[in-house]
Design a protein around this ligand. Structure first.
Ligand code: SF4
Length: 216
């Protein structure tokens, strides 16, 4: 039983402006400890998502093979980019052979090619969502491809809607702390998820080389 999904989704993370900023290590030098808070939050989110899905299992038709929610490129904050790139460098993710066009490039044969490690927002796809910004009332929504027959929104208790704003705020706090700790200046940057497979690290690009025709 979920007591209060929105309370449960909140994470308190203190970010001090006084922290020293060490030189950012490339993701290959990171360890699982660097992602402990992110993974703890992800586990909590997975538990909540599983509980909600369990309550509506006769109505939810979201199954492997449906990619309705994967219509555009997933964008990651630096913490998720660094984590996914680290997973790739650990040999836990495989780059898809080809990138899909017109949908998230990581869709491969209608399946997410990084399913076990997919970003947080992708982990709550298919569940009832409460979409709001700040203190606005927002709106509640269920996926028309998924909930069949479509339920009246009033019949779903408020705690069974995933509060996307609470999720985003919590992820932003985790991201800010991670960026502070690793000297990443642009914490608000959004990185297309497929860039985890690029040769160059998006967070630590190689310094520009001088033109080859300049002689010493
Ligand atoms: S990362 Fe995976 S689950 Fe997320 S949008 Fe892309 S294909 Fe879909």
């Amino acid at each position: 039983m979920i007591e209060d999904t929105n309370e449960s989704l909140a994470v308190e993370t203190e970010v001090t402006q006084e922290q020293s900023k060490p030189t950012a290590p490339p993701p290959a030098q990171l360890s699982s400890d660097d992602f402990a808070s992110y993974l703890e939050y992800r586990n909590k989110l997975d538990t909540i998502a599983k509980e909600i899905a369990g309550k509506y299992k006769t109505q939810i038709e979201c199954r492997g093979g449906c990619s309705h929610c994967c219509g555009k490129t997933a964008l990651c904050m630096p913490i998720e980019y660094a984590y996914l790139r680290w997973c790739y460098q650990q040999g836990r993710l495989q780059a898809p052979q080809t990138y899909a066009q017109g949908s998230c490039p990581l869709l491969s044969g209608n399946q997410c090619s990084i399913l076990p490690e997919r970003p947080l927002v992708c982990r709550v796809q298919g569940l009832p969502h409460w979409v709001r910004v700040g203190y606005s009332k927002g709106y509640r929504v269920t996926c028309p491809q998924n909930f069949k027959p479509a339920p009246s929104l009033e019949s779903i208790p408020m705690e069974d809607f995933v509060d996307l704003e609470a999720l985003n705020i919590s992820l932003s706090r985790l991201n800010l702390t991670f960026c502070e700790q690793h000297g990443i200046k642009d914490a608000s940057r959004k990185i297309p998820v497929q860039m985890i497979f690029d040769e160059e690290d998006a967070l630590h690009p190689a310094p520009p080389q001088p033109p080859s025709d300049i002689k010493a």
